[in-house]
Ligand binder design. Sequence first.
Ligand code: ADP
Ligand code: MG
Length: 406
Amino acid sequence: MALRTIDSLGDLAGRTVLVRCDLNVPLDGARITDDGRVRASEPTLERLVGAGARVVVVSHLGRPKGAPDPRYSLEPVAARLGELLDAPVAFAPDTVGDAARERAAALGDGEVLVLENLRFDPGETADDAGPRRDFAQRLVDVTGATAFVSDGFGVVHREQASVFELARLLPSAAGGLIADELGVLERLTTDPARPYTVVLGGSKVSDKLGVIAHLLPQVDSLLVGGGMLFTFLAAQGHDVASSLLERDQLDTVRGYLDEARERGVDLVLPTDVVVASGFAADAEHEVVAADAIGASRFGADGIGLDIGPETSERFASIIRSSSTVFWNGPMGVFEFPAFAEGTRAVARALTEVDGLGVVGGGDSAAAVRGLGFDDAEFGHISTGGGASLEFLEGERLPGLEVLGWQ
Ligand code: ADP
Ligand code: MG
Protein backbone atom coordinates (compact mmCIF):
# COMPACT_ATOMS: atom_id res chain seq x y z
CA MET A 1 0.00 0.00 0.00
CA ALA A 2 1.18 3.49 -0.75
CA LEU A 3 1.55 6.38 1.64
CA ARG A 4 -1.63 8.23 2.54
CA THR A 5 -1.48 11.71 1.02
CA ILE A 6 -2.62 15.06 2.42
CA ASP A 7 -5.65 14.89 0.10
CA SER A 8 -6.93 11.92 2.10
CA LEU A 9 -7.39 14.22 5.11
CA GLY A 10 -10.22 16.06 3.38
CA ASP A 11 -10.97 19.78 3.73
CA LEU A 12 -8.49 21.30 6.18
CA ALA A 13 -9.86 24.85 6.25
CA GLY A 14 -10.26 26.01 9.83
CA ARG A 15 -8.89 22.75 11.24
CA THR A 16 -5.85 22.53 13.49
CA VAL A 17 -3.22 20.29 11.91
CA LEU A 18 -0.14 19.01 13.74
CA VAL A 19 2.84 18.73 11.39
CA ARG A 20 5.97 16.79 12.32
CA CYS A 21 8.88 18.42 10.49
CA ASP A 22 12.59 17.73 10.81
CA LEU A 23 13.94 21.15 11.73
CA ASN A 24 17.07 19.68 13.28
CA VAL A 25 19.52 22.19 11.83
CA PRO A 26 23.15 22.74 12.79
CA LEU A 27 23.49 25.81 15.04
CA ASP A 28 26.39 28.01 16.02
CA GLY A 29 24.93 29.62 19.14
CA ALA A 30 21.58 30.92 17.89
CA ARG A 31 22.82 31.17 14.27
CA ILE A 32 21.66 28.50 11.82
CA THR A 33 24.69 27.36 9.82
CA ASP A 34 22.69 25.31 7.28
CA ASP A 35 18.95 25.96 6.87
CA GLY A 36 18.47 23.16 4.31
CA ARG A 37 15.99 21.28 6.47
CA VAL A 38 13.91 24.40 7.12
CA ARG A 39 13.75 25.10 3.39
CA ALA A 40 12.86 21.46 2.67
CA SER A 41 9.92 21.73 5.09
CA GLU A 42 8.52 24.83 3.43
CA PRO A 43 6.44 23.40 0.53
CA THR A 44 4.25 21.20 2.73
CA LEU A 45 3.70 24.03 5.23
CA GLU A 46 2.83 26.42 2.41
CA ARG A 47 0.34 23.94 1.07
CA LEU A 48 -1.36 23.60 4.48
CA VAL A 49 -1.40 27.36 4.94
CA GLY A 50 -2.92 27.69 1.48
CA ALA A 51 -5.62 25.20 2.46
CA GLY A 52 -6.59 27.45 5.39
CA ALA A 53 -5.38 25.04 8.09
CA ARG A 54 -4.22 26.23 11.51
CA VAL A 55 -0.74 24.78 11.41
CA VAL A 56 1.12 23.62 14.53
CA VAL A 57 4.68 22.57 13.68
CA VAL A 58 6.58 20.18 15.95
CA SER A 59 10.19 19.04 15.68
CA HIS A 60 13.25 18.04 17.65
CA LEU A 61 16.62 19.78 17.58
CA GLY A 62 19.85 18.15 18.67
CA ARG A 63 20.00 15.75 21.58
CA PRO A 64 18.78 17.43 24.78
CA LYS A 65 18.30 14.96 27.60
CA GLY A 66 14.53 15.04 28.05
CA ALA A 67 14.55 18.44 29.79
CA PRO A 68 14.60 22.07 28.59
CA ASP A 69 18.05 23.18 27.46
CA PRO A 70 18.29 26.66 25.89
CA ARG A 71 21.12 25.56 23.58
CA TYR A 72 18.59 23.46 21.68
CA SER A 73 15.70 25.91 21.51
CA LEU A 74 13.73 25.96 18.25
CA GLU A 75 13.07 29.69 18.60
CA PRO A 76 15.71 30.76 16.03
CA VAL A 77 14.38 28.11 13.67
CA ALA A 78 10.82 29.45 14.04
CA ALA A 79 12.15 32.89 13.15
CA ARG A 80 13.89 31.54 10.04
CA LEU A 81 10.72 29.72 9.02
CA GLY A 82 8.84 33.03 9.27
CA GLU A 83 11.36 34.64 6.91
CA LEU A 84 11.05 31.81 4.41
CA LEU A 85 7.25 31.72 4.53
CA ASP A 86 7.20 35.52 4.49
CA ALA A 87 4.51 35.45 7.18
CA PRO A 88 4.46 35.77 10.96
CA VAL A 89 5.22 32.46 12.68
CA ALA A 90 4.27 32.22 16.35
CA PHE A 91 6.45 30.34 18.82
CA ALA A 92 5.48 28.60 22.07
CA PRO A 93 8.32 28.16 24.58
CA ASP A 94 6.86 24.83 25.72
CA THR A 95 5.38 21.73 24.08
CA VAL A 96 2.38 20.66 26.14
CA GLY A 97 2.13 23.57 28.59
CA ASP A 98 0.03 26.70 28.92
CA ALA A 99 1.89 28.66 26.23
CA ALA A 100 1.33 25.94 23.63
CA ARG A 101 -2.33 25.72 24.61
CA GLU A 102 -2.91 29.49 24.44
CA ARG A 103 -1.03 30.06 21.21
CA ALA A 104 -2.65 27.11 19.45
CA ALA A 105 -6.08 28.42 20.48
CA ALA A 106 -5.16 31.87 19.15
CA LEU A 107 -4.25 30.61 15.66
CA GLY A 108 -6.33 31.90 12.79
CA ASP A 109 -6.92 30.04 9.52
CA GLY A 110 -3.69 29.81 7.51
CA GLU A 111 -1.51 30.78 10.48
CA VAL A 112 1.55 28.89 11.75
CA LEU A 113 2.79 28.12 15.28
CA VAL A 114 6.03 26.31 16.15
CA LEU A 115 6.20 24.51 19.50
CA GLU A 116 9.44 24.21 21.47
CA ASN A 117 11.80 21.23 21.00
CA LEU A 118 9.90 17.96 21.50
CA ARG A 119 12.92 16.34 23.10
CA PHE A 120 12.64 18.72 26.06
CA ASP A 121 10.00 16.21 27.19
CA PRO A 122 11.20 12.70 28.07
CA GLY A 123 8.02 11.25 26.55
CA GLU A 124 9.17 11.95 22.99
CA THR A 125 11.91 9.32 22.94
CA ALA A 126 10.93 7.19 25.98
CA ASP A 127 11.91 3.52 25.75
CA ASP A 128 8.42 2.41 26.75
CA ALA A 129 5.43 2.92 24.51
CA GLY A 130 3.25 4.09 27.44
CA PRO A 131 4.95 7.45 28.08
CA ARG A 132 5.37 8.01 24.34
CA ARG A 133 1.65 7.53 23.79
CA ASP A 134 0.82 9.81 26.74
CA PHE A 135 3.05 12.57 25.38
CA ALA A 136 1.46 12.28 21.94
CA GLN A 137 -2.01 12.41 23.48
CA ARG A 138 -1.08 15.55 25.42
CA LEU A 139 0.13 17.17 22.18
CA VAL A 140 -3.27 16.44 20.64
CA ASP A 141 -5.20 17.69 23.69
CA VAL A 142 -3.19 20.88 24.13
CA THR A 143 -3.31 21.91 20.48
CA GLY A 144 -6.81 20.68 19.68
CA ALA A 145 -5.47 19.13 16.45
CA THR A 146 -7.80 16.99 14.37
CA ALA A 147 -5.28 15.83 11.75
CA PHE A 148 -1.60 14.94 11.58
CA VAL A 149 0.85 15.38 8.72
CA SER A 150 4.18 13.58 9.02
CA ASP A 151 6.91 15.27 7.00
CA GLY A 152 10.11 14.76 8.99
CA PHE A 153 11.86 12.32 6.72
CA GLY A 154 14.98 12.32 8.92
CA VAL A 155 13.07 10.62 11.77
CA VAL A 156 10.85 8.07 10.00
CA HIS A 157 13.11 5.25 11.18
CA ARG A 158 12.22 6.13 14.80
CA GLU A 159 9.22 4.89 16.76
CA GLN A 160 9.00 8.18 18.65
CA ALA A 161 5.90 9.89 20.05
CA SER A 162 5.66 12.59 17.38
CA VAL A 163 6.59 10.25 14.53
CA PHE A 164 4.68 7.09 15.32
CA GLU A 165 2.13 7.62 18.09
CA LEU A 166 0.66 10.87 16.72
CA ALA A 167 0.02 9.12 13.43
CA ARG A 168 -2.06 6.53 15.25
CA LEU A 169 -4.02 8.99 17.38
CA LEU A 170 -5.20 11.24 14.55
CA PRO A 171 -6.21 10.91 10.90
CA SER A 172 -2.73 11.05 9.38
CA ALA A 173 -0.91 11.45 6.08
CA ALA A 174 2.58 11.88 4.66
CA GLY A 175 3.68 15.34 3.56
CA GLY A 176 5.30 16.17 0.26
CA LEU A 177 8.87 15.98 1.52
CA ILE A 178 8.51 12.37 2.65
CA ALA A 179 6.85 11.50 -0.66
CA ASP A 180 9.69 13.12 -2.64
CA GLU A 181 12.44 11.49 -0.58
CA LEU A 182 10.87 8.07 -1.02
CA GLY A 183 10.50 8.57 -4.75
CA VAL A 184 14.24 9.12 -5.07
CA LEU A 185 15.22 6.29 -2.75
CA GLU A 186 13.05 3.89 -4.69
CA ARG A 187 15.01 4.74 -7.82
CA LEU A 188 18.13 3.63 -5.93
CA THR A 189 16.66 0.31 -4.86
CA THR A 190 14.45 -0.65 -7.82
CA ASP A 191 16.46 -1.40 -10.90
CA PRO A 192 18.99 1.46 -10.65
CA ALA A 193 20.64 2.60 -13.89
CA ARG A 194 24.14 1.10 -14.07
CA PRO A 195 26.94 1.51 -13.29
CA TYR A 196 25.68 2.05 -9.73
CA THR A 197 28.22 3.44 -7.27
CA VAL A 198 27.84 3.98 -3.52
CA VAL A 199 30.30 6.25 -1.70
CA LEU A 200 30.51 5.91 2.08
CA GLY A 201 32.42 8.04 4.53
CA GLY A 202 31.72 9.80 7.80
CA SER A 203 32.90 8.97 11.24
CA LYS A 204 31.55 5.63 12.39
CA VAL A 205 31.95 2.33 10.59
CA SER A 206 29.47 0.67 12.92
CA ASP A 207 26.71 3.09 11.76
CA LYS A 208 27.17 2.06 8.16
CA LEU A 209 27.91 -1.64 8.32
CA GLY A 210 24.31 -2.67 7.73
CA VAL A 211 24.14 -0.68 4.55
CA ILE A 212 27.38 -2.23 3.28
CA ALA A 213 26.02 -5.73 3.82
CA HIS A 214 22.80 -4.91 2.04
CA LEU A 215 24.30 -2.96 -0.84
CA LEU A 216 27.22 -5.23 -1.72
CA PRO A 217 25.01 -7.53 -3.81
CA GLN A 218 23.49 -4.55 -5.64
CA VAL A 219 26.24 -2.10 -6.48
CA ASP A 220 29.00 -2.12 -9.08
CA SER A 221 31.42 -0.04 -7.00
CA LEU A 222 31.63 0.80 -3.32
CA LEU A 223 34.03 3.61 -2.45
CA VAL A 224 35.13 3.93 1.18
CA GLY A 225 36.51 7.17 2.65
CA GLY A 226 36.08 9.19 5.84
CA GLY A 227 36.88 7.95 9.30
CA MET A 228 35.71 4.43 8.48
CA LEU A 229 38.44 3.83 5.90
CA PHE A 230 41.01 3.23 8.64
CA THR A 231 39.13 0.22 9.98
CA PHE A 232 39.27 -1.19 6.44
CA LEU A 233 42.99 -0.49 6.14
CA ALA A 234 43.61 -2.05 9.55
CA ALA A 235 41.57 -5.09 8.50
CA GLN A 236 44.05 -5.50 5.65
CA GLY A 237 46.86 -5.50 8.17
CA HIS A 238 48.08 -1.90 7.80
CA ASP A 239 49.23 0.31 10.66
CA VAL A 240 46.87 3.31 10.91
CA ALA A 241 48.74 5.06 13.78
CA SER A 242 46.30 7.24 15.78
CA SER A 243 43.58 7.39 13.11
CA LEU A 244 39.98 6.56 13.97
CA LEU A 245 39.78 2.77 14.38
CA GLU A 246 36.94 0.52 15.49
CA ARG A 247 38.74 -2.63 16.57
CA ASP A 248 35.55 -4.54 17.34
CA GLN A 249 34.54 -4.22 13.68
CA LEU A 250 37.72 -5.65 12.17
CA ASP A 251 36.36 -9.16 11.65
CA THR A 252 33.14 -7.91 10.10
CA VAL A 253 35.07 -5.64 7.76
CA ARG A 254 37.33 -8.54 6.72
CA GLY A 255 34.15 -10.46 5.89
CA TYR A 256 33.02 -7.63 3.59
CA LEU A 257 36.36 -7.50 1.84
CA ASP A 258 36.05 -11.25 1.15
CA GLU A 259 32.44 -10.97 0.06
CA ALA A 260 33.18 -8.10 -2.31
CA ARG A 261 35.94 -10.16 -3.91
CA GLU A 262 33.64 -13.17 -4.32
CA ARG A 263 30.84 -11.09 -5.81
CA GLY A 264 33.09 -9.17 -8.15
CA VAL A 265 32.14 -5.85 -6.56
CA ASP A 266 34.76 -3.18 -6.86
CA LEU A 267 35.30 -2.22 -3.18
CA VAL A 268 37.65 0.70 -3.59
CA LEU A 269 39.84 1.81 -0.70
CA PRO A 270 42.07 4.88 -0.69
CA THR A 271 45.63 4.51 -1.92
CA ASP A 272 46.79 7.72 -0.23
CA VAL A 273 45.64 9.71 2.79
CA VAL A 274 46.33 13.07 4.42
CA VAL A 275 47.93 12.40 7.80
CA ALA A 276 48.03 15.18 10.44
CA SER A 277 49.96 15.75 13.64
CA GLY A 278 46.71 15.96 15.61
CA PHE A 279 42.99 16.63 15.41
CA ALA A 280 43.06 20.39 14.81
CA ALA A 281 42.31 22.87 12.02
CA ASP A 282 45.91 24.07 11.95
CA ALA A 283 47.61 20.69 12.46
CA GLU A 284 50.70 20.01 10.35
CA HIS A 285 50.00 17.40 7.70
CA GLU A 286 51.40 15.41 4.80
CA VAL A 287 50.15 13.01 2.14
CA VAL A 288 51.32 9.42 2.58
CA ALA A 289 50.52 6.08 0.97
CA ALA A 290 47.57 4.33 2.60
CA ASP A 291 49.77 1.38 3.58
CA ALA A 292 52.40 3.64 5.16
CA ILE A 293 50.41 5.79 7.60
CA GLY A 294 52.53 4.56 10.49
CA ALA A 295 55.64 5.76 8.64
CA SER A 296 54.53 9.42 8.33
CA ARG A 297 56.72 12.00 10.00
CA PHE A 298 54.26 12.11 12.89
CA GLY A 299 54.89 8.45 13.73
CA ALA A 300 52.39 6.81 16.07
CA ASP A 301 50.71 10.21 16.69
CA GLY A 302 49.74 10.58 13.03
CA ILE A 303 46.02 10.80 12.42
CA GLY A 304 44.39 10.44 9.02
CA LEU A 305 41.99 13.33 8.40
CA ASP A 306 41.26 13.14 4.66
CA ILE A 307 41.69 10.97 1.59
CA GLY A 308 44.73 11.96 -0.52
CA PRO A 309 44.75 13.62 -3.97
CA GLU A 310 45.39 10.40 -5.92
CA THR A 311 42.39 8.77 -4.18
CA SER A 312 40.22 11.87 -4.76
CA GLU A 313 41.02 11.71 -8.46
CA ARG A 314 40.24 7.99 -8.65
CA PHE A 315 36.97 8.31 -6.69
CA ALA A 316 35.92 11.29 -8.83
CA SER A 317 36.53 9.40 -12.04
CA ILE A 318 34.50 6.36 -10.92
CA ILE A 319 31.66 8.66 -9.79
CA ARG A 320 31.64 10.65 -13.03
CA SER A 321 31.37 7.52 -15.13
CA SER A 322 28.46 6.10 -13.08
CA SER A 323 24.78 6.48 -13.93
CA THR A 324 23.51 6.18 -10.34
CA VAL A 325 25.44 7.38 -7.30
CA PHE A 326 24.49 7.50 -3.63
CA TRP A 327 26.89 9.28 -1.31
CA ASN A 328 26.72 9.33 2.47
CA GLY A 329 29.40 10.63 4.79
CA PRO A 330 32.17 13.19 4.25
CA MET A 331 35.53 11.91 2.97
CA GLY A 332 37.45 13.76 5.68
CA VAL A 333 37.16 16.24 8.51
CA PHE A 334 35.71 18.84 6.14
CA GLU A 335 34.99 21.19 9.07
CA PHE A 336 38.73 22.02 8.91
CA PRO A 337 39.42 23.62 5.49
CA ALA A 338 42.82 21.88 5.21
CA PHE A 339 41.06 18.51 5.25
CA ALA A 340 38.06 19.27 3.03
CA GLU A 341 39.60 18.55 -0.38
CA GLY A 342 38.51 14.91 -0.61
CA THR A 343 34.92 15.85 0.22
CA ARG A 344 35.07 18.71 -2.31
CA ALA A 345 36.36 16.39 -5.05
CA VAL A 346 33.60 13.84 -4.44
CA ALA A 347 30.94 16.57 -4.30
CA ARG A 348 32.17 18.12 -7.55
CA ALA A 349 32.19 14.73 -9.31
CA LEU A 350 28.66 14.11 -8.10
CA THR A 351 27.49 17.32 -9.76
CA GLU A 352 28.92 15.96 -13.02
CA VAL A 353 27.10 12.62 -12.98
CA ASP A 354 25.09 11.98 -16.11
CA GLY A 355 22.23 10.26 -14.28
CA LEU A 356 21.06 10.35 -10.66
CA GLY A 357 23.44 11.66 -7.99
CA VAL A 358 22.11 11.61 -4.42
CA VAL A 359 23.67 13.13 -1.31
CA GLY A 360 22.34 11.66 1.94
CA GLY A 361 23.21 12.61 5.51
CA GLY A 362 23.06 15.73 7.64
CA ASP A 363 26.79 16.35 7.73
CA SER A 364 27.25 15.49 4.07
CA ALA A 365 24.52 17.96 3.07
CA ALA A 366 26.00 20.64 5.34
CA ALA A 367 29.44 19.90 3.87
CA VAL A 368 28.43 20.41 0.24
CA ARG A 369 26.59 23.63 1.05
CA GLY A 370 29.45 24.84 3.23
CA LEU A 371 31.87 24.19 0.37
CA GLY A 372 29.81 26.49 -1.82
CA PHE A 373 27.87 24.01 -3.94
CA ASP A 374 24.29 24.80 -4.81
CA ASP A 375 21.51 22.31 -3.99
CA ALA A 376 20.34 22.45 -7.60
CA GLU A 377 23.66 21.02 -8.83
CA PHE A 378 22.78 17.64 -7.33
CA GLY A 379 20.10 15.18 -8.39
CA HIS A 380 18.82 15.14 -4.83
CA ILE A 381 19.99 16.10 -1.36
CA SER A 382 18.26 13.94 1.20
CA THR A 383 17.32 15.50 4.53
CA GLY A 384 17.71 12.17 6.32
CA GLY A 385 20.99 10.33 6.72
CA GLY A 386 20.01 7.53 9.09
CA ALA A 387 16.56 7.18 7.54
CA SER A 388 17.87 6.91 3.99
CA LEU A 389 20.53 4.41 5.04
CA GLU A 390 17.96 2.25 6.82
CA PHE A 391 15.73 2.39 3.75
CA LEU A 392 18.63 1.29 1.55
CA GLU A 393 19.39 -1.48 4.05
CA GLY A 394 15.86 -2.77 3.52
CA GLU A 395 14.87 -2.10 7.14
CA ARG A 396 11.23 -1.55 7.99
CA LEU A 397 10.63 2.09 8.86
CA PRO A 398 7.90 2.42 11.50
CA GLY A 399 7.23 6.09 10.73
CA LEU A 400 6.35 5.16 7.14
CA GLU A 401 4.43 1.98 7.86
CA VAL A 402 2.12 3.90 10.19
CA LEU A 403 1.29 6.13 7.17
CA GLY A 404 0.24 3.16 5.07
CA TRP A 405 3.57 2.30 3.46
CA GLN A 406 4.32 -1.36 2.87
P1 ADP B 1 26.41 12.13 7.79
O1 ADP B 1 25.79 13.03 8.83
O2 ADP B 1 26.49 12.78 6.45
O3 ADP B 1 25.72 10.78 7.74
P2 ADP B 1 28.45 11.22 9.58
O4 ADP B 1 27.68 11.80 10.72
O5 ADP B 1 28.55 9.77 9.47
O6 ADP B 1 27.93 11.85 8.21
O7 ADP B 1 29.98 11.74 9.67
C1 ADP B 1 30.33 13.09 9.62
C2 ADP B 1 31.58 13.34 10.39
O8 ADP B 1 32.62 12.46 10.01
C3 ADP B 1 32.10 14.74 10.15
O9 ADP B 1 31.91 15.52 11.32
C4 ADP B 1 33.57 14.53 9.82
O10 ADP B 1 34.43 15.44 10.48
C5 ADP B 1 33.81 13.13 10.32
N1 ADP B 1 34.99 12.50 9.66
C6 ADP B 1 35.21 12.33 8.35
N2 ADP B 1 36.43 11.80 8.13
C7 ADP B 1 37.01 11.65 9.34
C8 ADP B 1 38.29 11.18 9.78
N3 ADP B 1 39.20 10.77 8.92
N4 ADP B 1 38.54 11.17 11.12
C9 ADP B 1 37.59 11.60 11.99
N5 ADP B 1 36.37 12.05 11.63
C10 ADP B 1 36.09 12.09 10.33
MG1 MG C 1 26.02 13.03 10.98
